[in-house]
Structures are given as structure tokens and as C-alpha cells.
Design a protein around this ligand. Structure first.
Ligand code: GDP
Ligand code: MG
Length: 437
């Protein structure tokens, strides 16, 4: 997959202690290859890596403190930028607002028409009307009726009428009479771009002058999607793209290519067959998806970079000599804190993100511990067993905590010191794990 390949590309960087111009170039070559493999067209991929390279050199990646992270960030930001920056809505200002669907047969127009109607009805309290403009296949009309029934939205159709322009116009008149403020025109598509289809859709387009013309495209069709988008854009000058079938593991490469070739925003994505499988398109989320890393890369890097091996060795020696004290403990806390907040760290673990929303990981816990240690005298820090009842009282007062909290800290510290002594070889790494528990 693309994410594996990008992982590999970034791995090239990770292997080296220091990034050089040579391995920046090498990494970008890998990135470009990975993008092309994910159906980003070659020209786009090349442009992309050129921009990234310029930015990387401009921001002086080579001299930065954390070159790998900065590089990953530039790649992600640039991907986001390439896919359109901020999310864009659709124009609902008309009365009714007419939305025209275009795209090949099977791209998901009928399904998306239903999803959009449902979305507008529930999220925007609109009263949409679905219109069946596919005059070739009676089954297509029936399909739209089934969709309409599912979501409780009226469907306008006329099996006798063979002119889609006439149907569209009649539907708009019907909408005005019946207080529908959004009209969604579902149209016929063909298996490939041809003249009949293009003439028909452009006739509808000219006749009804929609507020919003959307081009629906199956994200799984890869490189073809770009050519189809170009053909439709030449005739319709559409306002936005709908990427369907982005469920599961579908490659997202088409999103980058389409945006850069036709320069139209992607507005929504379809993520399944059900009526609620619709999402507003967020370029930065898509970039995450394409990079597919759940930010594991940066988690690993942060852990590696911030964890000071030298410090760990020193501490190990102290433990062995029973000389591990609160000053060392404080250093350890600071190491962990350098890696970011607990919430940040957990958020980078794939799958943990959702869990975290409902949990309250308390970075304040660290603050209290630090405050208590800061209230200890150097002697107390070196020799925690010297902390008697009156000292505990003084520490709690000085740190704004309770004596119970001081007791708890001392107890935890004693337990930890014992365990660390037992683990010996394990050093600080295991200690970090313990502190998380
Ligand atoms: P149309 O010919 O452009 O109107 O395409 P349809 O709406 O009839 O969709 C064609 C097929 O793709 C149907 O089987 C849909 O259920 C399916 N489909 C549409 N959108 C999605 C999607 O986002 N995800 C998945 N998995 N299937 C979709
Ligand atoms: Mg259809």
C-alpha cells in the first residue's frame, strides 16, 4: 500500500543520524514512486516532490533539530495544500438551489444523490427533492425511488418523458410549488465518456443553470478518474468533485490528481453503500489517510530522539548503587514530558485516538509530582527515607498538595526503586512504561 511505501521512504531518512541533501533526494524519489503507484499521475507527483524539496531546503531541514519530523510534516502539509486546503461547502443560496450530478455510469451518482438529500435534510434542515433524469433505464428511476423512500425524501420522475431537460424543468417548477428549497438532479451516465452523454448533460446544465454542478467519481478507478474528470470539466465547468467508494482501504491517490489537474475542490466523499456513508471532504484528513501512518512514524521518532540513552545509563548505575533519588526521578519525568503531553502521545497510537476522546488523561498529575519534588531539600531528594512526618507537612504546604499525596508519591517512589533494582538491565525504558501505568 501507499502507506507502507511511504513508511519505507521515511525509513530511509530514519536510518541516517543526519539528513543529507543526498538522502532528501532519495527519500523524495521514493515518495514520488509511492504516489505514482497510488494513481497520482506522474506529472503531479513530480511537481509535488519538487515543491516539497524546495520547502525542505528553504526551511533548512538539514540543520533542523528533528529533520525527519520536519520532513514528514512538510510532506503532509503539502499534500493537504494540494488537495485544496480548507474544506469547501456547497452553494445552497438558490430558491430552490439546483444541484446537478454528473459522472459515468456506476460512479455512484444515484447513491450519492440520496446521501446528499439525506445529509441536507438532517444536517441543514432543508427540504430536498430528488429528480430522476435518467431516461434510458427504468430500473434507474426505480432505484432512486427506493433511495427516496429509505430517507423519506420525495422523488420526482416521469417514465413517459424521454427528454431529461423537460423532466428537470418540470421538477424545478414542482419544487417551487411545493416548497422544496433544494433540487437534486440525478442523471444518466455511460460506461465511458461519449458525445451523447456529454451533449445531454450539457443541455441540462445550460437549461437549468444549477447553483452547483458536481462531478461524481469512483475513487477506485485510479488514473482513469483524472481523464474522466478532465472531459466532464471541459463541458460543464463543474463546481466540485465527489469521491465515492472511499471505504476501507481504497487508495486515495485520485484525490490528489483530480484536484491538481482540474483545479476543482473535492467537496464530499462516499464511504459505503448506506445512506449515511457520506463525509465532508477534509484535505488534511485525506492527507493522513494517504500517508496512512496514524503518525506512528513520528511517535517512534519522538521516542527515539527524546529518550536520552546517556541519561539512562547514568541512572542504571545509580540504581545499582542504591543512589537513585528524586532528582533522577524528576529528570525522568522531564524526559517523558519532552515527548509531548500524554494525550498527544496516546493520540498517535492508531486506534487509541477514539478511546482518548472519552478519557481524561491528566497531565496535571505530573505537575503535582514536580511541585512536590521541587519543595524537597537537596538532601531529601537524595535520601527519601529522611522524609519524616514534619518534612512531609512542609513539602505538602510548599507544593500546594496534601500530606496524603506526598505519602503516595513516597510510596510509589519506593516501590519503583525496588522494582528498578530488580530489573537492573532494563534501565529507564521499562521505567517509562511503569510511569504510564
Ligand atoms: P450511478 O450509476 O452513478 O448512479 O451509480 P450508483 O449510485 O447506482 O452506484 C453504483 C454502485 O456503487 C452501487 O452498487 C452502489 O451501491 C455502489 N456505491 C455507490 N457509492 C458507494 C460508496 O461510497 N461505497 C461503496 N462501497 N459502494 C458505493
Ligand atoms: Mg444512477
Amino acid at each position: 500500500s501507499l502507506s507502507d511505501k511511504l513508511d519505507k521512504a521515511f525509513h530511509v531518512l530514519k536510518g541516517h543520524g543526519q539528513i543529507t541533501e543526498v538522502n532528501v533526494a532519495e527519500t523524495l524519489k521514493e515518495v514520488r514512486r509511492a504516489l505514482v503507484d497510488a494513481d497520482v499521475n506522474f506529472k503531479t507527483a513530480k511537481e509535488f516532490t519538487n515543491i516539497v524539496k524546495e520547502k525542505a531546503l528553504g526551511q533548512n531541514v538539514l540543520k533542523s533539530l528533528k529533520p525527519n519530523q520536519l520532513m514528514v510534516k512538510i510532506v503532509k502539509d503539502e499534500l493537504t495544500e494540494m488537495m485544496g486546503g480548507d474544506a469547501e461547502g456547497i452553494d445552497l443560496s438558490g430558491n430552490p438551489s439546483v444541484i446537478l450530478m454528473s459522472g459515468l455510469q456506476g460512479s455512484g451518482k444515484t447513491t450519492f444523490s440520496g446521501k446528499l438529500a439525506n445529509f441536507l435534510k438532517t444536517k441543514k434542515t432543508k427540504k430536498p427533492l430528488l429528480v430522476a433524469c435518467d431516461v434510458y433505464r427504468p430500473a434507474a428511476i426505480d432505484q432512486l425511488h427506493v433511495v427516496g423512500e429509505q430517507i423519506g425524501v420525495e422523488v420526482f420522475s416521469n417514465k413517459e418523458e424521454k427528454n431529461p431537460v423537460a423532466i428537470a424543468e418540470a421538477a424545478i417548477a414542482h419544487a417551487k410549488q411545493n416548497g422544496h428549497n433544494v433540487v437534486i438532479l440525478d442523471t444518466a451516465g455511460r460506461l465511458a465518456v461519449d458525445e451523447v452523454m456529454m451533449n445531454e448533460i450539457s443541455d441540462i446544465y445550460k437549461a437549468v443553470q444549477p447553483q452547483e454542478t458536481l462531478f461524481v467519481v469512483d475513487a477506485m478507478t485510479g488514473q482513469d478518474a483524472v481523464n474522466t474528470a478532465k472531459a466532464f470539466n471541459n463541458v460543464l465547468d463543474f463546481d466540485g468533485v465527489i469521491l465515492t467508494k472511499l471505504d476501507g482501504d481504497t487508495r486515495g491517490g485520485a484525490a490528489i490528481s483530480i484536484k491538481s489537474v482540474v483545479n476543482k475542490p473535492i467537496k464530499f466523499i462516499g464511504t459505503g453503500e448506506k445512506m449515511d456513508a457520506i463525509d465532508v471532504f477534509y484535505p488534511s484528513r485525506m492527507a493522513d489517510r494517504i500517508l496512512g501512518m496514524g503518525d506512528v512514524v513520528s511517535l517512534v521518532e519522538r521516542a527515539q530522539e527524546q529518550y536520552d540513552e546517556e541519561e539512562a545509563r547514568k541512572i542504571q548505575k545509580k540504581i545499582a548503587k542504591d543512589k537513585f533519588g528524586f532528582d533522577d526521578f524528576l529528570k525522568q519525568i522531564q524526559q517523558v514530558k519532552k515527548m509531548g503531553s500524554m494525550k498527544d502521545l496516546m493520540g498517535m497510537i492508531p486506534g487509541a485516538g477514539k478511546m482518548m476522546k472519552n478519557m481524561d488523561i491528566d497531565d496535571d498529575a505530573f505537575k503535582h509530582i514536580e511541585a512536590m519534588i521541587h519543595s524537597m531539600t537537596p538532601l531529601e531528594r537524595k535520601n527519601p527515607t529522611s522524609i519524616n512526618a514534619s518534612r512531609k507537612k512542609r513539602i505538602s504546604k510548599g507544593s500546594g498538595t496534601t500530606v496524603q499525596e506526598v505519602n503516595q508519591l513516597l510510596k510509589q517512589f519506593t516501590q519503583m526503586s525496588k522494582m528498578m533494582k530488580m530489573m537492573q538491565g532494563g534501565g529507564g525504558k521499562k521505567m517509562m512504561q511503569m510511569m504510564k501505568n
